[in-house]
Ligand binder design. Sequence first.
Ligand code: SF4
Ligand code: ZN
Length: 336
Amino acid sequence: MVKCSVCGREAIYISRGDGRAYCRRHFLRYFDRKVKRVIRRYGMFSKEEQIVVAVSGGKDSLSLLHYLHNLAKKVPKWEVRALLIDEGISGYREVTIKDFERVTSELGVEASIVRFKDEFGYTLDEIIRMGKERGLPYLPCTYCGVLRRYLLNKAARELGGTVLATAHNLDDVIQTFLMNVIRNSWDKVVRLGPVSGVKTHPKFVRRVKPFYEVLEKETTLYAILNGIYPREFVECPYARTNIRWYVRHYLNELEEVNPGIKYSILNSLMTSIDILKKSGIGGEGEVSTCLVCGEPSAHPVCRACTLLYELGIIDVPQSVRRYVDKLTARGRRRLD
Ligand code: SF4
Ligand code: ZN
Protein backbone atom coordinates (compact mmCIF):
# COMPACT_ATOMS: atom_id res chain seq x y z
CA MET A 1 0.00 0.00 0.00
CA VAL A 2 1.30 3.43 -0.93
CA LYS A 3 0.93 5.82 1.98
CA CYS A 4 -0.08 9.47 1.93
CA SER A 5 3.07 11.58 2.28
CA VAL A 6 1.20 13.89 4.68
CA CYS A 7 -0.75 11.62 7.06
CA GLY A 8 0.29 8.04 6.29
CA ARG A 9 -3.21 6.85 5.36
CA GLU A 10 -3.77 4.92 2.16
CA ALA A 11 -2.90 7.10 -0.84
CA ILE A 12 -5.20 7.46 -3.83
CA TYR A 13 -2.96 9.67 -5.92
CA ILE A 14 0.76 9.88 -6.61
CA SER A 15 2.11 13.09 -8.04
CA ARG A 16 4.78 11.57 -10.27
CA GLY A 17 6.47 14.92 -10.84
CA ASP A 18 7.65 15.23 -7.21
CA GLY A 19 6.98 11.66 -6.01
CA ARG A 20 4.53 12.69 -3.29
CA ALA A 21 1.44 10.60 -2.56
CA TYR A 22 -1.93 11.79 -1.22
CA CYS A 23 -4.99 10.31 0.45
CA ARG A 24 -8.42 11.65 -0.50
CA ARG A 25 -8.36 14.52 1.98
CA HIS A 26 -4.82 15.60 1.20
CA PHE A 27 -5.30 15.27 -2.55
CA LEU A 28 -8.19 17.75 -2.33
CA ARG A 29 -6.02 20.08 -0.24
CA TYR A 30 -3.12 19.73 -2.72
CA PHE A 31 -5.55 20.48 -5.61
CA ASP A 32 -7.02 23.50 -3.84
CA ARG A 33 -3.61 24.95 -3.02
CA LYS A 34 -2.44 24.50 -6.57
CA VAL A 35 -5.43 26.30 -8.06
CA LYS A 36 -5.40 29.08 -5.46
CA ARG A 37 -1.70 29.67 -6.11
CA VAL A 38 -2.40 30.20 -9.82
CA ILE A 39 -5.41 32.45 -9.13
CA ARG A 40 -3.33 34.59 -6.76
CA ARG A 41 -0.13 34.67 -8.79
CA TYR A 42 -1.87 35.92 -11.93
CA GLY A 43 -4.41 38.15 -10.18
CA MET A 44 -7.29 36.36 -11.91
CA PHE A 45 -10.14 37.73 -9.83
CA SER A 46 -10.84 40.88 -7.87
CA LYS A 47 -13.05 41.10 -4.78
CA GLU A 48 -16.14 41.80 -6.83
CA GLU A 49 -16.74 39.64 -9.89
CA GLN A 50 -19.51 38.24 -12.04
CA ILE A 51 -17.77 35.04 -13.06
CA VAL A 52 -19.08 33.23 -16.12
CA VAL A 53 -17.72 29.70 -16.33
CA ALA A 54 -17.53 28.21 -19.82
CA VAL A 55 -18.87 24.70 -19.34
CA SER A 56 -18.98 21.98 -21.98
CA GLY A 57 -20.37 19.29 -19.71
CA GLY A 58 -17.03 17.45 -19.67
CA LYS A 59 -15.10 16.59 -16.50
CA ASP A 60 -12.72 19.60 -16.64
CA SER A 61 -15.34 22.28 -16.98
CA LEU A 62 -17.68 20.63 -14.46
CA SER A 63 -14.77 20.50 -12.01
CA LEU A 64 -14.03 24.18 -12.58
CA LEU A 65 -17.65 25.12 -12.04
CA HIS A 66 -17.77 23.06 -8.84
CA TYR A 67 -14.49 24.54 -7.61
CA LEU A 68 -15.36 28.20 -8.30
CA HIS A 69 -18.89 27.77 -6.98
CA ASN A 70 -17.45 26.56 -3.65
CA LEU A 71 -14.78 29.24 -3.57
CA ALA A 72 -17.43 31.90 -4.20
CA LYS A 73 -19.22 30.89 -0.99
CA LYS A 74 -16.34 32.52 0.85
CA VAL A 75 -16.27 35.70 -1.26
CA PRO A 76 -19.46 37.73 -0.70
CA LYS A 77 -19.26 39.78 -3.89
CA TRP A 78 -18.63 36.93 -6.29
CA GLU A 79 -21.35 35.48 -8.43
CA VAL A 80 -20.78 32.38 -10.50
CA ARG A 81 -22.88 31.23 -13.43
CA ALA A 82 -22.45 28.59 -16.10
CA LEU A 83 -22.54 29.07 -19.85
CA LEU A 84 -22.64 26.26 -22.39
CA ILE A 85 -22.30 26.73 -26.12
CA ASP A 86 -24.28 24.11 -28.00
CA GLU A 87 -22.56 23.87 -31.38
CA GLY A 88 -24.99 21.25 -32.66
CA ILE A 89 -22.83 18.11 -32.83
CA SER A 90 -25.18 15.22 -33.23
CA GLY A 91 -24.66 12.25 -30.89
CA TYR A 92 -22.25 14.19 -28.70
CA ARG A 93 -23.39 17.55 -27.38
CA GLU A 94 -26.85 16.40 -26.31
CA VAL A 95 -25.14 13.85 -24.04
CA THR A 96 -22.85 16.40 -22.38
CA ILE A 97 -25.78 18.81 -21.97
CA LYS A 98 -27.42 16.24 -19.68
CA ASP A 99 -24.39 16.35 -17.35
CA PHE A 100 -24.34 20.14 -17.58
CA GLU A 101 -27.99 20.32 -16.54
CA ARG A 102 -27.57 17.73 -13.78
CA VAL A 103 -24.54 19.39 -12.16
CA THR A 104 -25.76 23.00 -12.48
CA SER A 105 -29.08 22.05 -10.90
CA GLU A 106 -27.38 20.08 -8.10
CA LEU A 107 -25.15 23.06 -7.35
CA GLY A 108 -27.96 25.55 -7.79
CA VAL A 109 -25.96 27.58 -10.28
CA GLU A 110 -27.70 29.70 -12.91
CA ALA A 111 -27.15 28.12 -16.28
CA SER A 112 -27.45 29.39 -19.85
CA ILE A 113 -27.17 27.60 -23.16
CA VAL A 114 -26.42 29.49 -26.37
CA ARG A 115 -26.84 27.61 -29.64
CA PHE A 116 -25.05 27.92 -33.00
CA LYS A 117 -28.40 27.17 -34.66
CA ASP A 118 -30.05 30.21 -33.02
CA GLU A 119 -27.10 32.56 -33.49
CA PHE A 120 -25.87 31.59 -36.95
CA GLY A 121 -28.88 29.74 -38.35
CA TYR A 122 -27.02 26.42 -38.69
CA THR A 123 -25.60 23.69 -36.46
CA LEU A 124 -21.90 22.83 -36.60
CA ASP A 125 -22.75 19.57 -38.42
CA GLU A 126 -24.54 21.61 -41.11
CA ILE A 127 -21.73 24.17 -41.29
CA ILE A 128 -19.15 21.42 -41.85
CA ARG A 129 -21.25 19.99 -44.68
CA MET A 130 -21.66 23.44 -46.24
CA GLY A 131 -17.90 24.04 -46.02
CA LYS A 132 -17.21 20.75 -47.82
CA GLU A 133 -19.73 21.55 -50.55
CA ARG A 134 -18.04 24.90 -51.11
CA GLY A 135 -14.58 23.33 -51.18
CA LEU A 136 -13.34 25.25 -48.14
CA PRO A 137 -10.11 23.85 -46.69
CA TYR A 138 -11.00 24.10 -43.00
CA LEU A 139 -11.17 21.27 -40.49
CA PRO A 140 -14.28 20.87 -38.30
CA CYS A 141 -12.41 22.18 -35.23
CA THR A 142 -11.59 25.42 -37.04
CA TYR A 143 -15.27 26.31 -37.52
CA CYS A 144 -16.05 25.09 -34.04
CA GLY A 145 -13.18 26.91 -32.31
CA VAL A 146 -13.63 30.27 -34.06
CA LEU A 147 -17.42 30.39 -33.73
CA ARG A 148 -17.46 29.06 -30.16
CA ARG A 149 -14.87 31.61 -28.96
CA TYR A 150 -16.90 34.34 -30.64
CA LEU A 151 -20.13 33.28 -28.94
CA LEU A 152 -18.50 32.72 -25.55
CA ASN A 153 -17.28 36.29 -25.43
CA LYS A 154 -20.54 37.76 -26.71
CA ALA A 155 -22.75 35.67 -24.41
CA ALA A 156 -20.53 36.19 -21.34
CA ARG A 157 -20.74 39.93 -21.87
CA GLU A 158 -24.50 39.85 -22.43
CA LEU A 159 -24.87 37.89 -19.19
CA GLY A 160 -23.08 40.72 -17.38
CA GLY A 161 -19.87 38.74 -16.88
CA THR A 162 -16.81 40.65 -15.75
CA VAL A 163 -14.58 37.63 -16.26
CA LEU A 164 -14.85 34.42 -18.28
CA ALA A 165 -13.25 31.36 -16.68
CA THR A 166 -12.31 28.46 -18.93
CA ALA A 167 -11.26 24.99 -17.81
CA HIS A 168 -8.08 24.69 -19.87
CA ASN A 169 -5.74 22.52 -17.84
CA LEU A 170 -1.98 22.03 -18.09
CA ASP A 171 -2.40 19.25 -20.66
CA ASP A 172 -4.61 21.42 -22.92
CA VAL A 173 -2.23 24.35 -22.67
CA ILE A 174 0.92 22.43 -23.57
CA GLN A 175 -0.89 20.59 -26.39
CA THR A 176 -1.85 23.96 -27.90
CA PHE A 177 1.71 25.19 -27.36
CA LEU A 178 3.21 22.25 -29.29
CA MET A 179 0.59 22.52 -32.03
CA ASN A 180 1.50 26.16 -32.55
CA VAL A 181 5.22 25.37 -32.53
CA ILE A 182 4.58 22.71 -35.20
CA ARG A 183 2.68 25.30 -37.27
CA ASN A 184 5.28 28.03 -36.59
CA SER A 185 2.49 30.23 -35.16
CA TRP A 186 4.47 32.15 -32.56
CA ASP A 187 1.99 35.02 -32.50
CA LYS A 188 -0.51 32.51 -31.07
CA VAL A 189 1.97 31.11 -28.54
CA VAL A 190 2.26 34.53 -26.95
CA ARG A 191 -1.47 34.51 -26.23
CA LEU A 192 -1.35 31.20 -24.33
CA GLY A 193 -0.83 32.75 -20.91
CA PRO A 194 -3.18 32.14 -17.97
CA VAL A 195 -4.95 35.51 -18.38
CA SER A 196 -5.93 37.21 -21.62
CA GLY A 197 -7.94 40.13 -22.85
CA VAL A 198 -6.76 42.61 -20.24
CA LYS A 199 -7.60 46.18 -21.38
CA THR A 200 -7.74 45.21 -25.04
CA HIS A 201 -11.29 46.16 -26.05
CA PRO A 202 -14.35 47.37 -24.13
CA LYS A 203 -16.42 44.48 -25.50
CA PHE A 204 -13.86 41.82 -24.68
CA VAL A 205 -14.46 39.90 -21.47
CA ARG A 206 -11.21 39.10 -19.66
CA ARG A 207 -10.42 35.39 -19.79
CA VAL A 208 -8.76 33.36 -17.08
CA LYS A 209 -7.62 29.74 -16.80
CA PRO A 210 -7.56 28.76 -13.10
CA PHE A 211 -6.54 25.14 -13.95
CA TYR A 212 -3.47 26.33 -15.85
CA GLU A 213 -1.08 24.26 -13.71
CA VAL A 214 -3.39 21.34 -12.97
CA LEU A 215 -2.90 18.06 -14.83
CA GLU A 216 -5.86 16.53 -16.66
CA LYS A 217 -5.70 13.41 -14.49
CA GLU A 218 -6.01 15.68 -11.44
CA THR A 219 -9.20 17.36 -12.71
CA THR A 220 -10.50 13.86 -13.49
CA LEU A 221 -9.87 12.72 -9.92
CA TYR A 222 -11.37 15.94 -8.54
CA ALA A 223 -14.54 15.28 -10.59
CA ILE A 224 -14.76 11.67 -9.39
CA LEU A 225 -14.22 12.56 -5.73
CA ASN A 226 -16.90 15.23 -5.89
CA GLY A 227 -19.46 13.07 -7.65
CA ILE A 228 -19.65 15.24 -10.75
CA TYR A 229 -17.84 12.99 -13.22
CA PRO A 230 -19.88 12.74 -16.46
CA ARG A 231 -22.22 9.74 -16.40
CA GLU A 232 -21.48 8.66 -19.94
CA PHE A 233 -18.22 8.93 -21.87
CA VAL A 234 -18.65 10.39 -25.32
CA GLU A 235 -16.02 11.72 -27.65
CA CYS A 236 -16.69 14.44 -30.19
CA PRO A 237 -16.95 12.68 -33.58
CA TYR A 238 -14.59 15.29 -35.06
CA ALA A 239 -11.89 15.01 -32.37
CA ARG A 240 -9.74 12.63 -34.39
CA THR A 241 -9.61 14.97 -37.38
CA ASN A 242 -7.53 17.33 -35.25
CA ILE A 243 -3.78 17.04 -34.78
CA ARG A 244 -4.44 17.70 -31.08
CA TRP A 245 -5.60 14.12 -30.68
CA TYR A 246 -2.17 12.80 -31.71
CA VAL A 247 -0.24 15.43 -29.75
CA ARG A 248 -2.25 14.51 -26.65
CA HIS A 249 -1.41 10.82 -26.95
CA TYR A 250 2.22 11.56 -27.69
CA LEU A 251 2.53 13.79 -24.60
CA ASN A 252 0.90 11.15 -22.40
CA GLU A 253 3.39 8.53 -23.62
CA LEU A 254 6.25 10.93 -23.02
CA GLU A 255 5.04 11.64 -19.48
CA GLU A 256 4.79 7.91 -18.82
CA VAL A 257 8.52 7.44 -19.42
CA ASN A 258 9.61 10.88 -18.18
CA PRO A 259 7.46 11.83 -15.18
CA GLY A 260 7.27 15.59 -14.80
CA ILE A 261 7.98 16.37 -18.45
CA LYS A 262 4.60 18.12 -18.81
CA TYR A 263 5.64 20.66 -16.20
CA SER A 264 8.93 21.20 -18.08
CA ILE A 265 7.01 21.91 -21.27
CA LEU A 266 4.83 24.39 -19.38
CA ASN A 267 7.99 26.12 -18.13
CA SER A 268 9.25 26.29 -21.72
CA LEU A 269 5.96 27.87 -22.73
CA MET A 270 6.27 30.55 -20.03
CA THR A 271 9.85 31.30 -21.13
CA SER A 272 8.74 31.46 -24.79
CA ILE A 273 5.96 33.92 -23.91
CA ASP A 274 8.48 36.16 -22.11
CA ILE A 275 10.96 36.08 -24.97
CA LEU A 276 8.26 36.67 -27.58
CA LYS A 277 6.79 39.60 -25.66
CA LYS A 278 10.22 41.20 -25.31
CA SER A 279 10.88 40.80 -29.01
CA GLY A 280 7.48 42.31 -29.86
CA ILE A 281 6.05 39.21 -31.59
CA GLY A 282 2.28 38.90 -31.27
CA GLY A 283 0.95 39.91 -27.89
CA GLU A 284 -2.21 41.65 -26.95
CA GLY A 285 -1.86 44.83 -28.92
CA GLU A 286 -4.76 47.08 -29.82
CA VAL A 287 -7.83 45.09 -30.79
CA SER A 288 -10.13 46.72 -33.30
CA THR A 289 -13.86 46.42 -33.81
CA CYS A 290 -15.22 44.16 -36.55
CA LEU A 291 -16.70 46.35 -39.29
CA VAL A 292 -19.45 43.79 -39.88
CA CYS A 293 -20.67 42.66 -36.45
CA GLY A 294 -19.14 45.20 -34.04
CA GLU A 295 -17.43 42.53 -31.90
CA PRO A 296 -13.73 42.76 -30.92
CA SER A 297 -11.39 41.60 -33.64
CA ALA A 298 -7.68 41.42 -34.45
CA HIS A 299 -8.50 42.36 -38.07
CA PRO A 300 -10.88 44.92 -39.63
CA VAL A 301 -13.36 42.03 -40.05
CA CYS A 302 -13.39 39.26 -37.43
CA ARG A 303 -12.61 35.58 -38.12
CA ALA A 304 -16.20 34.56 -37.34
CA CYS A 305 -17.69 36.97 -39.89
CA THR A 306 -15.07 35.93 -42.44
CA LEU A 307 -15.96 32.24 -42.01
CA LEU A 308 -19.70 32.95 -42.14
CA TYR A 309 -19.13 34.94 -45.33
CA GLU A 310 -17.09 32.14 -46.90
CA LEU A 311 -19.87 29.72 -46.02
CA GLY A 312 -22.43 31.97 -47.70
CA ILE A 313 -24.29 32.48 -44.40
CA ILE A 314 -23.82 36.25 -44.31
CA ASP A 315 -23.00 38.88 -46.85
CA VAL A 316 -20.67 41.77 -46.12
CA PRO A 317 -20.95 45.34 -47.40
CA GLN A 318 -18.98 46.16 -50.56
CA SER A 319 -16.92 48.70 -48.58
CA VAL A 320 -15.28 45.98 -46.45
CA ARG A 321 -14.92 43.28 -49.12
CA ARG A 322 -11.23 44.06 -49.65
CA TYR A 323 -10.48 43.28 -46.00
CA VAL A 324 -12.52 40.10 -45.99
CA ASP A 325 -11.08 38.86 -49.27
CA LYS A 326 -7.58 38.97 -47.82
CA LEU A 327 -8.63 36.77 -44.88
CA THR A 328 -10.55 34.11 -46.77
CA ALA A 329 -8.88 30.82 -47.68
CA ARG A 330 -8.91 31.82 -51.34
CA GLY A 331 -7.45 35.24 -50.54
CA ARG A 332 -4.71 33.78 -48.37
CA ARG A 333 -3.74 31.30 -51.08
CA ARG A 334 -3.41 34.19 -53.52
CA LEU A 335 -1.10 36.05 -51.16
CA ASP A 336 1.15 33.01 -50.46
FE1 SF4 B 1 -15.33 21.29 -31.53
FE2 SF4 B 1 -13.22 19.94 -32.51
FE3 SF4 B 1 -13.67 20.01 -29.89
FE4 SF4 B 1 -15.30 18.65 -31.49
S1 SF4 B 1 -13.12 18.22 -31.11
S2 SF4 B 1 -15.91 20.02 -29.82
S3 SF4 B 1 -15.31 19.93 -33.32
S4 SF4 B 1 -13.14 21.76 -31.20
ZN1 ZN C 1 -17.50 40.14 -37.01
